[in-house]
Write a protein that binds this ligand. Sequence first.
Ligand code: NAI
Length: 331
Amino acid sequence: MRICLFSSKRYDRDSFSAAERPAGWELHFQEARLTLDSAVLAAGHEVVCAFINDDLSAPVLERLAAGGTRLIALRSAGYNHVDLTAAQRLGLPVVRVPAYSPHAVAEHAVALVMTLNRRIHRAVNRTRDGDFSLHGLTGFDLHGKTVGVIGGGKIGQVFARIMHGFGCQVLIYDPFPLEGLTALGARQANLDQVIAQSDILSLHCPLTDSSYHLIDAERLGQMKRGAMLINTGRGALVDTPALIDALKNGQLGYLGLDVYEEESELFFEDHSDLPLQDDTLARLLSFPNVIVTAHQAFLTHEALGAIAQTTLDNVAAWAAGRLSNEVKSGT
Ligand code: NAI
């Protein structure tokens, strides 16, 4: 079995090399992102293992299939970057890692909330520079505030439980009825209520046609003035230029992003020697009340270990004639 891992970093090598796999399986780590040009690197590999910013559009899938690829094993939960219809047409099953550590992502969302609220990013820079003044660093008690969660699945529920622990009231919007929310200290509400009542709004739903630009200028206008928005879901859940307008006029008080709609050309790589070409991101980074992390919410030892093991287990299941954690078009 030959497995080609695109977009692989040092931490992927470590976690996949430590995971259990049958003897004789070859793991070929490619630093390159999967694109139409780099797809040739997978020639002769039965399995292509891809990450979230790899290109799995129809032309790339066609090239992979022509090169002998028989399975796409995503090492992510999200699969919005895969043309599932094309994969099905080409007879290429797609499997994923539906859950690895909801705690990793939820805890990172909480880290963004805490950093923004208590202005830790500014305080650290100040003390390093010998500036021990406190002006502009005033935060607010989380206790008693209302937290809105959009998407009450695995990650949203862990986030809800943590925020309830701070003494917040938690409202969750999800298109499907959710059970067991009382135990999390949360209750389900409709989207308008969650948006209008939240002091902190955190996005934990998948990117689909119905959630594309879910937070746009109109919805930003319905939020409490000065509220905080956190997005660890997917970049295109928000309309980024609308966020910039809302930050400029003070409607949005704080913004924490781990994902960005145009992240695929930037995130996971060191571009620090070059001028930033993305003017929208550059504008976002200029606000003192905005922090951006480069899609690192999943990055814990526990999550990486679980991603590697589930991915290899998915491949083993496929090799044994079964499909585990398959994603199909229309799911
Ligand atoms: P999940 O499948 O357990 O939960 C998603 C929930 O969102 C479900 O309850 C679903 O009913 C709900 N939902 C679907 N469409 C919705 C809509 N239009 N509005 C509101 N809710 C909607 O997924 P999980 O594991 O909680 O992950 C959520 C998302 O987090 C993933 O789809 C992925 O995009 C993102 N993610 C980000 C990571 C990061 O490193 N930043 C890592 C892992 C996931």
